[in-house]
Design a protein around this ligand. Structure first.
Ligand code: PEP
Length: 254
């Protein structure tokens, strides 16, 4: 059974003191995650070790970077390699968030290299896809997302994609307060699974967790997560408030 995942994306927010308080509050609530539920915290680079250490002894909560280099190692000033991340106990990396695609010109070719680096180092990529508003308005959102999947992931084999994590984040719903309806989310998630199934077969497609991202909050998580092909969420703003993110976790399918 595929994993149901609540993934936080703190982005470039919080001081270390705030990050520690948020984590303390989050893990202080007694919570029994089922075997198919996971929580992932997408933490800024400088805080990864501190937050990772705070999580020792808590089951089912993993730590993620928000980006990584596409290079293995060497003279690449300012870059952070997957080996560095792996060596400090990071388990996941958010790859291809729309903010990285838009503000840092990350394209599918580069992202496919980042995915490779993660897999070669034993890290789990959370591969983001999703269309801008103009694309949805023109009615070509399915083709757009399909191309992102083809160019970003289709060089991988079935074993590498088994248990993989994809986050569908319509750009028009990120940080805008405008959520896709649960129907819109379900339709795109089912389409993503169909694309993966056509290429890799239904067993692989059924094992992939497809998260929804875009203004997920405590108040809409139940409705979104109840959809058949929505396997949890990638959460920005609401993950910065412990009570909100806790309630989102509580709404994962059991
Ligand atoms: C995100 O950053 O991935 C995101 C979905 O942000 P928000 O929840 O704030 O829309």
């Amino acid at each position: 059974m595929r994993k149901q995942i609540a993934a936080a994306n703190w982005k470039m927010n919080l001081t270390i003191q705030e990050a520690v308080s948020l984590t303390e509050e989050l893990i202080s609530k007694p919570r029994k995650l089922s075997v198919r539920q996971e929580v992932v915290l997408g933490v800024p680079f400088p805080y990864l070790t501190t937050i990772k250490n705070m999580l020792s002894g808590t089951e089912g909560i993993f730590i993620s970077a928000q980006n990584c280099s596409d290079r293995k190692n060497g003279a690449y000033t300012g870059e952070v390699s997957t080996e560095m991340l792996q060596s400090i106990g990071v388990t996941h990396v958010i790859i291809g968030h729309s903010e990285r695609r838009e503000y840092f010109q990350e394209n599918n070719a580069l992202l496919s290299e980042k995915v490779n680096r993660c897999l070669q180092t034993g890290l789990k990529p959370i591969f983001c896809c999703g269309e801008p508003l103009a694309v949805r308005d023109s009615g070509t959102e399915y083709k757009y997302v399909e191309t992102q999947l083809e160019e970003g992931l289709f060089h991988l084999d079935a074993i590498q994609l088994t248990g993989f994590i994809i986050a569908y984040e319509p750009i028009w719903a990120i940080g805008t307060g405008k959520t896709a309806t649960s129907d819109q989310a379900q339709q795109m998630h089912a389409f993503i699974r169909k694309v993966m199934s056509t290429k890799y077969g239904s067993i692989v497609a059924e094992s992939i967790s497809v998260l929804y991202g875009g203004s997920v909050k405590a108040s809409n998580a139940a409705e979104l997560f109840s959809q058949l092909d929505v396997d949890g969420g990638l959460v920005g703003g609401a993950s910065l408030v412990a009570s909100e993110f806790s309630a989102i976790i509580d709404n994962l399918k059991k």
